[in-house]
Every structure is written in structure tokens, then in C-alpha cells.
Unconditional design. Structure first.
Length: 308
């Protein structure tokens, strides 16, 4: 879908305003500056009482947020592309949680109304290192909001040593946000947490069909040798879960640096997908029902009057 450029809001708030209260603290009102100090009945001079010092009060910077942006650009990976949601081993952006126009999904852009424009720039198989390039594509459309869902491919590697490091993940994600906020200061960014891949393993490990599909090489760090409870297999899955937690922490921390960025607070990660919400072609990617749940969760974050 294409369309006209959306109006952009004012740039984010600047530095916090500091309010300082000063008290006069003079005693025995109306004395001339050169008058002698007052004395007690014994003749000792009195000291004029002073007000207690006040602590400067700082006002937190405003976090401007528009729950009804006029246009949306989606960046990320195969989840946002709607991979395997409609047909086997193919993208289906019409069923995307972010920009889909299919009635069963009720995507973010669909909820914004017919006048909203959207661009799905996510790429199946993308890693966080690909995000800055996608951000440049998004900036060309001048969207009112950019959505980000990334990270699964950074842990789905041949082995745990090949997973993206936390430092590299932070570097790429931080560069993406910095670029978007410097290039499009009026554009807001909605960031999703990474789905719980260990949960997907738990609900599919006893299903023969699912295990056969996973043997094709889908996310071997988590889904490989799915029935094994060996110490090595458990350590491998735990390493993936720990890395996802670290990535989600990065997403939250980097997003918090910008007034026009909102993280979902871990809502997507906490959602327990059912088998009925996963694609029957890989039992890993969300089908239309799963995409609808993502849309529901993240629309709630978009419309919330408070930061998650």
C-alpha cells in the first residue's frame, strides 16, 4: 500500500524545566538595611529566622504520543511480513499484524481507518543488523509512526555461539532509533518485544508433525532435537531464552531514551500462543489468528494513555 506523506507532530520535548522556590526569610518586617540587629531582653542580638532551603523540583520531560497516527511503516522480520500466514513458505503482508488489510487480522493500520497509509518494509530472515537499512527505506515515506519487531533470527542460529551478541544487537538497534529520530523528529516508534520461543518449543515438542517440520532446520538453537532432555539440550534452550531476555532489555532501554518511542513492556513476549495460532506449515510463525493477537496486543500499547 502506498499513499501521501503523513503530517508530522512537533519535535519531542527538550531538557526538563527546573523550578526553584526562593523564600525571602527576613524577620521583624520593615527594618532598614543599615539598622542595628534586634536584641533579646538580656541584650544579646537575635538572629533573624530563615526559611528552610528548598530542593529544586524537576519536571520530567513530556513523552508526546499520538494514538491515531495517519501513516505507518513497518520494519522487522518474517513475523511482520506475515510469512506462512496465508500460503506455504511465502510472505503474506496482507495478513500482517502491522499493515495488513485482511479483515480477519484487524491490523494496526486497519484500526487507524481507511485514510491511514502503510508500508510494510520488513524482510523475512532479517536480523537486527538489517534494521538500519530498513529504517532508511521507511524514512523515505515520512510515516507518522514506525513499528519494529525484530530479534528472533538473531537467536535462531546453527548453534548458540552464532547468536548475535548483546553488544552487537544494541549497536544496531540504537543506530536505528538514532537515525529515525534525527531524520524524522516528529515520527513516533512502536517497539515490540520478542516472542517467547521456548514456549513455542514446549507446545510443539510432543507433536510428531511439528517435530518433523522443525527438522527442516527451523531455529535449531531452540527447536533442534526437540524431544531431548539432555543437559546439553537444556543448556542450549536456556541460552536462547536468556539471550532473548537480554535483547528485550536492550529494546526497552534504548527506546526509553527517546520521547517518541514506546516499548510494549514485554507484552508480546508474555503472550502464550496456542497451536491454533501458529502456521500449520511450520508451527512457528503466527497464522492469521496469531497475527490478529499480535495486532490486538500492540494496538493496546498504541492506544494506551500510559507507557507500559
Amino acid at each position: 500500500m502506498g499513499g501521501s506523506h503523513a503530517d508530522r507532530g512537533a519535535p519531542g520535548a527538550g531538557t526538563p524545566t527546573v523550578h526553584i522556590s526562593d523564600s525571602a526569610g527576613a524577620a521583624g518586617g520593615g527594618r532598614d538595611a543599615g539598622a542595628a540587629p534586634a536584641t533579646t531582653p538580656t541584650g544579646a542580638p537575635t538572629t533573624a529566622p530563615t526559611s528552610a532551603p528548598t530542593t529544586p523540583a524537576t519536571t520530567a520531560p513530556a513523552r508526546p504520543w499520538n494514538p491515531h497516527p495517519r501513516s505507518v511503516a513497518a520494519i522487522g522480520d518474517s513475523i511482520t511480513r506475515g510469512f506462512n500466514a496465508c500460503d506455504p513458505y511465502s510472505d503474506c503482508p496482507d495478513a500482517s499484524w502491522a499493515t495488513g488489510d485482511g479483515g480477519t487480522v484487524d491490523s494496526i493500520s486497519a484500526r487507524l481507518g481507511d485514510s491511514a497509509h502503510s508500508w510494510n518494509l520488513a524482510v523475512s530472515g532479517a536480523h537486527v543488523a538489517d534494521l538500519p537499512g530498513q529504517a532508511r527505506e521507511a524514512a523515505a515515506h515520512k510515516p507518522a509512526m514506525v513499528t519494529v519487531l525484530i530479534g528472533a533470527n538473531d537467536v535462531c542460529a546453527p548453534d548458540t555461539d552464532a547468536m548475535t551478541s548483546v553488544a552487537d544487537f544494541r549497536g544496531s538497534f540504537a543506530a536505528t532509533l538514532a537515525y529515525l529520530h534525527s531524520t524524522l523528529p516528529g515520527t513516533q516508534v512502536l517497539v515490540a518485544s520478542i516472542p517467547d520461543l521456548e514456549h513455542l518449543w514446549r507446545i510443539g515438542r510432543d507433536n510428531v508433525v511439528e517435530r518433523q517440520l522443525w527438522r527442516l532446520g527451523l531455529c535449531p538453537t531452540m527447536l533442534g532435537d526437540a524431544t531431548s532432555q539432555s543437559a546439553a539440550a537444556q543448556a542450549r534452550r536456556a541460552a536462547v531464552t536468556d539471550r532473548i531476555a537480554a535483547f528485550d532489555t536492550v529494546l526497552a532501554q534504548e527506546c526509553a531514551r527517546y520521547a517518541r518511542c514506546r516499548y510494549d513492556g514485554g507484552a508480546v513476549h508474555r503472550y502464550a500462543f496456542t497451536s491454533g495460532e501458529l502456521s500449520r506449515w511450520d508451527w512457528f510463525h503466527p497464522n492469521k489468528a496469531g497475527q490478529a493477537e499480535l495486532a490486538r496486543i500492540l494496538a493496546g500499547v498504541l492506544l494506551s494513555t500510559t507507557t507500559p
